[in-house]
Write a protein that binds this ligand. Structure first.
Ligand code: SIN
Length: 341
């Protein structure tokens, strides 16, 4: 990872916003302007992204920094350590008012939630991305970047945890999920809805996140990430994946169950054995929205499982990794973590 700094100075009276680039379609380059699927993510540097939005100069002084240049499908967990370290260092600088992270859409919801639980300050941290590469006709990246900087520069964003600004909407990192493979309106917060909106330089919040985050989170980023994998329940599923993961020494398994987190009897038996052997088992749903009720579709107390509540399997995995990394291991303590965060 390299970190060349560039600073575009507008007026010193404007807020100073750090833009950390990590790659993604927002920095993607295609062979021609009509390609929106065949492109290389993360090909363009952060200066290209900032220079494409001259209007940024009227809302903030932007410090642009390249932290990574990846397709976020290939994200490796040490990038989260690097992001938390850089965000907390920038936030400790009195001159910085907020931080924007440009990211790929594919794993944005996981990064956003990991940061929401582990950065330790109140300054705005806003992730954004794009569905169309920077070289495309009607690329959505420039407006998303402008809106993300607008949100990061807004005093009302302070203390709201990590935010996602995408397609004029402001989402809470805990709630937001990617819901489309192609649409520019690709992110939604299915159960609780958006936190607010950003349009034409105006920011409006309709609600606040209610669960603890950032400074109020007991979870810190660790240097070692416990092995936690995801298995899915479906018609005719076997126990092969669970047995292989347990034999490989995983610390935790998240199951993407059917419906209200129900699990095929074959898979459930394998997971119950895993739980007896000390593997943390979290029950989520593959449905895409809703809430997995504790002791509902499976008897969590009898089976030794934890209910993920409204977290999807990918976010549940983030929380389980962080809980285990912070020394939370018993079933009841893990359930308390899931009930809290
Ligand atoms: C990525 O996630 O890096 C590529 C896809 C995207 O940003 O939309």
């Amino acid at each position: 990872m390299n970190s060349p700094n560039t600073s575009s100075d507008a007026s010193p009276a404007l807020p100073r916003i750090a833009v950390l680039a990590t790659g993604g379609t927002i920095a993607g380059a295609a062979p021609d302007a009509t390609s929106t699927a065949g492109y290389q993510a993360g090909a363009l540097g952060v200066n290209f992204l900032v220079d494409a939005v001259p209007a940024l100069a009227s809302i903030a002084r932007v410090d642009a920094e390249q932290l990574a240049s990846i397709d976020s499908k290939d994200l490796a967990l040490p990038l989260w350590n690097a992001l938390v370290a850089r965000i907390d260092a920038l936030a400790a600088d009195d001159a910085i008012d907020g931080i924007v992270i440009t990211h790929g859409t594919d794993t944005l919801e996981e990064t956003a939630y990991a940061l929401h639980l582990t950065v330790k300050h109140d300054k705005p941290v806003v992730l954004t991305a794009a569905m169309r590469p920077a070289t495309a006709l009607s690329s959505d990246g420039p407006l998303n970047l402008l809106n993300a900087v607008t949100v990061a520069a807004h005093p009302g964003s302070r203390g709201q945890g990590v935010l996602v600004a995408f397609n004029n909407k402001i989402h809470c990192a805990r709630d937001v999920v990617k819901t489309s493979t192609y649409a520019v309106d690709a992110f939604h917060s299915p159960e609780l809805g958006v936190l607010g909106w950003v349009q034409d330089g105006r920011v409006e919040f309709a609600r606040r996140a209610t669960r603890p985050h950032t400074r109020d989170s007991q979870l810190a980023i660790g240097n070692a990430w416990p092995a936690v994998e995801i298995v899915t329940s479906y018609a005719g599923v076997s126990r092969t994946a669970v047995d292989a993961f347990v034999a490989a020494g995983v610390r935790g398994l998240v199951v993407a169950g059917t419906g209200n987190g129900s699990i095929h009897a074959t898979l459930q038996a394998a997971l119950a054995e895993a739980a007896k052997r000390g593997v943390a088992v979290v029950r989520a749903s593959r449905v895409g929205s809703g809430h997995v009720m504790k002791n509902g579709a499976a008897n969590d107390d009898a089976l030794g499982f934890v209910s993920a509540g409204s977290l999807n399997p990918f976010k549940a995995r983030v929380l389980l990794m962080l809980a285990l990394a912070n020394g939370v291991t018993s079933r009841d303590a893990l359930q308390a973590i899931f009930d809290t965060y």
